[in-house]
Design a protein around this ligand. Structure first.
Ligand code: M6R
Length: 592
């Protein structure tokens, strides 16, 4: 987690760095800071809270320095405080470091440095990097960084500047993401591409074990032994406009409304990309899906499709739990890692370990060039564009599209199934027309303290996803459960205060879902159902019906999730909460 940025060039660094930090804020927002080389000296400004607090503290301080670094923090070691905020400096104030990730051996390094007289001012693992670079410095920043890399262990990316060499930024990647932006007479480092997109679309993606040495005139890349490397420059296809709010109140709402395009673009992309794959699912005796959060829910939906159309037994595992099991794997197993960011460390570690065991790894990712994309044997891309809201929405339906496409690949009925899939974008468009109805329902229930979300079969992952959306942005307790399991415990929770959201499209388990609704009503629970628009029976049984257009059973997850995303959004927005950057969360989770 955390976002880092570095700049050296012809412009004043401060506004560029602050703009970049705003675009990186989704990675963490507990505190923020900048370091600028101003007339030969290092100036550091840090604040607790969001970037706007940092911007406020910089009013009336028009720094003009042309080299600087910035950081937005998601706290791991040490509470959010000014001392723990980055950049961290050495004791003489000549070196400033911003860091993302974890230095695993920092306690040993801290003890060693303290015994040599270095004074630590923070509780972070990051500060040791600044002291080590200072200790190792003998006139060349790159050499000092190389020596420092010999000492530190963990998954990290950092950038350093020094008043001794005012037109240079050195960045290191080992486990956490770092890209280099190539400009004209200026160059950039950042955790993620959108941070630098307004300034350049020419990007080098660093691999683990690489160091970028940037000056206004050029960029040199080295390995950890100081050997120069030649890297390809990628031209980024995203434009900035797609990373702005375009008149919507929040990114999340904009992204919910972008789903028809995200699904359509994903399917069109797959039509050209996937057919060139040298394997089919049927080549494997087993599939294992690994993912976290919303991506895990997409995986649960995919299990039904893969087993039905490809006939391959499929297991879905939380990436964060994967490493604790034995998981016998071999070359007869395909391991599918699903990740929007392509940087989720749990998913990345799980995929790498599966690969070591001989499995074929396939990534389903949104960010091209991300670690998971690069480290997997094969990748399928969701063409959803950048997703800024911390709550995943359009990338979920895009993941569903990619996974459905993968599953039907071998079906003799592929053509008609694909035709139905291609209709989904316009059907989702129709579903979004009911947003105002969902908003009125949100108004009725926003004071409730607990929600239950129930679903069976393909609607069970959607119940989980609906509950996750509500929890993460509204801070209201919500539990997703398989409807048939209710009688084994959760039914005890139901009383006249409990809204129960039942996902019940007319599918093979519809009658059973209606029975569950009756059970809820018998205990005076408030039924909010999600179902087909012409379903009078469901309407009669529900306090509120969130309507979706009718689609074939297999495609219901694309539709049933839409009102649940909207319900969570409108509740959180009406509660005045920070929908795009909910507390305690970050968009990309690069810690275990
Ligand atoms: O980038 P990933 O898809 O690997 O991220 C996985 C989860 O961290 C993510 O889905 C998270 O649960 C979202 N906040 C859900 O809205």
């Amino acid at each position: 987690m955390c976002g880092i940025i570095g700049y050296t060039g012809k412009e004043s660094a401060l506004p560029l760095i602050l703009g970049g930090l705003e675009r990186l804020e989704y990675r963490g927002y507990d505190s923020a800071g900048v370091a600028i080389i101003e007339e030969g000296s290092l100036i550091v400004e840090k604040q607790v809270g969001k970037i706007r607090e940092l911007v406020r503290s910089l009013w009336g301080k028009p720094f003009k320095g042309k080299t600087g670094i910035g950081h937005t923090r998601w706290a791991t070691h040490g509470a959010p405080s000014v001392d723990n905020a980055h950049p961290h400096t050495d004791s003489r104030g000549e070196f400033a470091v911003v860091h993302n990730g974890i230095i695993e051996n920092y306690l040993d390094l801290k003890r060693e440095l303290e015994s040599e007289g270095f004074k630590m001012r923070s509780e972070t693992d990051s500060e040791v990097i600044a002291h080590l670079i200072s200790k190792n410095y003998e006139g060349d920043l790159l050499t000092a960084v190389l020596k420092t890399c010999e000492k530190i262990r963990g998954a990290f990316a950092f950038a350093v500047i020094s008043s001794r060499e005012p037109f240079r930024v050195v960045g290191v990647k080992q486990g956490s993401p770092l890209v280099v932006g190539i400009g004209e007479g200026e160059n950039f480092l950042a955790s993620d591409i959108p941070a630098i997109l307004p300034y350049t679309k020419r990007v080098i993606t660093l691999e683990d074990g690489e160091i970028a040495d940037i000056t206004p005139e050029g960029v040199n890349i080295y390995d950890f032994w100081g050997n120069p490397l030649t890297k390809d420059i990628m031209i980024v296809p995203w434009d900035l406009i797609s990373a702005e709010k375009a008149g919507f109140k929040h990114f999340m709402l904009k992204e919910i409304f972008e789903q028809p395009k995200a699904v359509g673009d994903t399917v069109r992309g797959l039509l050209s990309e996937f057919d060139s794959f040298p394997f089919s699912l049927k080549d494997f005796s087993r599939a294992l899906i690994i993912a976290c959060g919303t991506s895990y829910h997409a995986g649960l939906s995919a299990k039904f499709w893969i087993e039905k159309y490809a006939g391959v037994p499929t297991e879905v595992v939380y990436a964060s739990e994967f490493r604790y099991g034995e998981h016998p794997l071999g070359d007869d197993v395909i391991v599918i890692g699903i990740s929007q960011s392509g940087e989720t460390i749990d998913t990345k570690f799980a995929l790498n370990s599966a690969k070591e065991k001989g499995a074929t790894t396939l990534a389903v990712v949104n960010v091209v060039g991300s670690s998971i994309d690069r480290e997997s044997d094969y990748s399928l891309y969701t063409h959803a564009g950048p997703e800024i809201g911390v709550a995943a929405t359009k990338t979920f339906t895009a993941q569903l599209a990619a996974l459905y496409y993968l599953a039907i690949g071998e079906s003799p009925k592929k053509e008609p199934l694909l035709r139905d899939l291609l209709k989904i974008p316009s059907i989702v468009e129709n579903a979004l027309e009911s947003a105002e109805d969902v908003e009125s329902v949100a108004e009725k229930y926003l004071k409730k303290k607990d929600f239950l979300y129930l679903g069976r079969y393909l609607s069970y992952p959607i119940a989980l996803e609906g509950a996750l959306k509500l929890k993460e942005i509204s801070y209201i307790h919500a539990e997703g459960y398989p409807a048939g399991e209710m009688k084994h415990g959760p039914i005890a929770l139901i009383d006249e205060n409990m809204p129960v959201v039942v996902v019940a499209p007319r599918d093979r388990v519809y009658e059973k879902s209606i029975s569950n609704i009756e059970e809820v009503r018998a205990r005076k629970g408030i039924v909010i159902s999600v179902g087909f628009e012409e379903d009078d029976k469901l309407k009669k049984y529900s306090e509120d019906l969130l309507k979706i257009p009718e689609v074939p059973e297999d495609l219901t997850p694309f539709l049933t999730v839409i009102p649940l995303q909207l319900l969570a959004y409108y509740i959180a927005s009406k509660l005045g909460l920070d929908v795009d950057q909910p507390r305690n969360l970050a968009k990309t989770v690069t810690v275990e």
